[in-house]
Ligand binder design. Structure first.
Ligand code: FE
Length: 183
């Protein structure tokens, strides 16, 4: 069971959609591998490393694709990704994935200068995804159980767009993923 799931995820990373750029200088696969490597470097727990590694799988699985998001339709990829991953993983993996778009809207509302550091593509999608949170929305978000984890993930997400970065391959996470799936 865990072996099949691992194979499905590995195929995803090697598939055609993983080679899409979605407006960034790195492919989707490179982007997610870089996010995971940043999480490891930051000393994140395995569940959050896995969340970083898999945070954008919703671009692959939504009814509306990542390409359509870049054309101006919100694909709700954080929800579709989290729901898809919930077949195998618990909330410590899935909920930061679910909240990673909200975390961008949150950070843009509460942290001066955050918006200015976003990539052009991320600024564009922010508008499609609802723009910065209102103070009420931000307060509600901050009270969620996985808000802090989602904010950490978001910061790696923003930085995981370096065309010259060299990071470990998907295969290096095999044992960690298997452990998390059996928890
Ligand atoms: Fe991302």
């Amino acid at each position: 069971m865990a072996g099949d799931a691992y194979e499905e995820l590995r195929r995803l990373f090697e598939g055609e959609e993983a080679r899409d750029y979605l407006g960034e200088p790195v492919t989707q696969a490179e982007h997610m591998l870089q996010a995971a490597a940043l999480a490891v470097r930051d000393g994140a727990p395995d569940s959050l490393v896995a969340a970083a590694l898999l945070h954008d799988v919703g671009h692959f699985h939504g009814v509306v694709t990542g390409a359509e998001l870049m054309a101006g339709t919100d694909n709700r990829h954080s929800d579709t990704g989290a729901d898809w991953l919930a077949r195998w993983f618990g909330p410590a993996v899935c909920e930061p994935v679910r909240l990673h778009v909200a975390a961008k809207r949150y950070l843009c509302a509460v942290e001066p200068g955050y918006f200015a550091r976003l990539s052009a593509a991320s600024r564009f999608t922010l508008a499609v995804q609802g723009g910065p949170m209102t103070p009420d929305e931000a307060a509600r978000f901050a009270g969620l159980q996985f808000a802090a984890a989602a904010v950490r993930l978001r910061r790696w997400d923003e930085r995981a767009k370096d065309p010259s970065a060299v990071v470990p391959p998907f295969q290096s996470y095999r044992e960690m993923l298997a452990r998390l799936m059996s928890d």
